[in-house]
Design a protein. Structure first.
Length: 262
C-alpha cells in the first residue's frame, strides 16, 4: 500500500462501499475518484482520513485493485468498526490491539446463541459478500415486520452483544427487500471507533467530517459535527438525515471538502 504525506488535524471519515468506492466502477465514477484522490493527497497537511466500513480488509484490498486506487487513508476501520488499522509511513498496516482488547472473548458463541434463538421465529441468512471477521457476523433479514426487527434487537441485547439493523443497498451487492443484520461486540461499531480515534489522537469531533450512503452510517454522521449522506444514498438514509449532497460518490464528497479547506 502506498503512503501519503504527514496527516493533518481535521478528521475525515468515509464509509467505503457505495460512498468512497463505487461498485459499478464506471468510467465517469473512476474519473471522479481520481480527482478525490488527487485532492486528498494535495490537502493531507489539513486532513486526516479514515475508511470506516463493514467490509473486511481482504475485500477492501480486492476493491482497491478493481478500481486502481492509489491513495490509502491514514487509518482503516474495517469489519464495521471492529478492526482498527494504522497505516505506517512505509505503507504497512498495524492493528490497534488496544481497541479490540476491550471486546469479549466469547463473542462468537454469543452470536450463535442469538441466531439460534431467532431462527425459531423468523428468517435470517448469513452473508458472505463482506468477507470474514472475528468480530463481525453478518446476516440478512427477509421481512418487513417491525415486531420481528424488535426481536432481533432484543435477542442481541439479552445476550450482551450489539446489533446494527439497516435497509440493504442493492447497489452494493445486497438483495432487494432485505435488511442488513450486523452483530458486533458491545463497544464496537462506527461510532465507537470514531470516538476512540478522536480521543486517542486528539481530533475535535465537532469539526470532523463523515460521509455515508446508508442507514448503518447514520450514527457516525450524527456523531461528528459535519456528517453527510451522499446523493446516491439510500432513500432511508436521505430521509432520516438532514444533510445530503447534491453530487454522488466522489463528486458529492468533493462538493463538501472543497468548502472545508477554503
Amino acid at each position: 500500500m502506498k503512503r501519503f504525506t504527514k496527516e493533518g488535524r481535521t478528521l475525515v471519515c468515509f464509509d467505503f462501499d457505495e460512498t468512497y468506492f463505487p461498485h459499478a466502477c464506471s468510467t465517469e465514477q473512476l474519473k471522479q475518484l481520481r480527482q478525490l484522490e488527487n485532492f486528498l493527497e494535495a490537502h493531507s497537511q489539513h486532513l486526516s482520513t479514515m475508511w470506516v466500513t463493514g467490509s473486511s480488509l481482504e475485500t477492501i484490498r480486492e476493491k482497491m485493485t478493481r478500481a486502481g486506487m492509489r491513495y490509502v487513508p491514514h487509518r482503516i476501520a474495517a469489519s464495521l468498526g471492529t478492526e482498527l488499522y494504522q497505516v505506517t509511513a512505509s505503507g504497512q498496516l498495524e492493528l490497534d490491539t488496544s481497541f479490540s482488547s476491550r471486546f469479549p472473548h466469547d463473542f462468537s458463541g454469543r452470536v450463535h446463541q442469538a441466531v439460534e434463538r431467532l431462527k425459531r421465529v423468523l428468517t435470517i441468512e448469513p452473508q458472505t459478500n463482506l468477507g470474514t471477521s472475528e468480530w463481525m457476523h453478518n446476516y440478512y433479514y427477509f421481512g418487513e415486520s417491525e415486531a420481528e426487527i424488535g426481536l432481533i434487537r432484543s435477542a442481541a441485547r439479552d445476550i450482551g452483544i450489539a446489533v446494527n439493523v439497516s435497509r440493504c443497498n442493492p447497489l452494493a451487492g445486497d438483495p432487494e427487500e432485505a435488511y442488513d443484520i450486523d452483530f458486533i461486540p458491545q463497544g464496537a461499531g462506527k461510532i465507537a471507533v470514531v470516538d476512540y480515534v478522536c480521543d486517542r489522537y486528539s481530533f475535535q469531533t465537532e469539526y470532523a467530517y463523515a460521509f455515508g450512503d446508508s442507514g448503518n452510517d447514520l450514527g457516525m454522521l450524527r456523531y461528528v459535527g459535519n456528517g453527510y449522506v451522499l446523493g446516491n444514498g439510500t432513500e432511508e438514509a436521505k430521509r432520516e438525515h438532514g444533510r445530503v449532497t447534491e453530487g454522488m460518490y466522489a463528486d458529492g464528497i468533493l462538493e463538501v471538502l472543497h468548502r472545508a479547506v477554503r
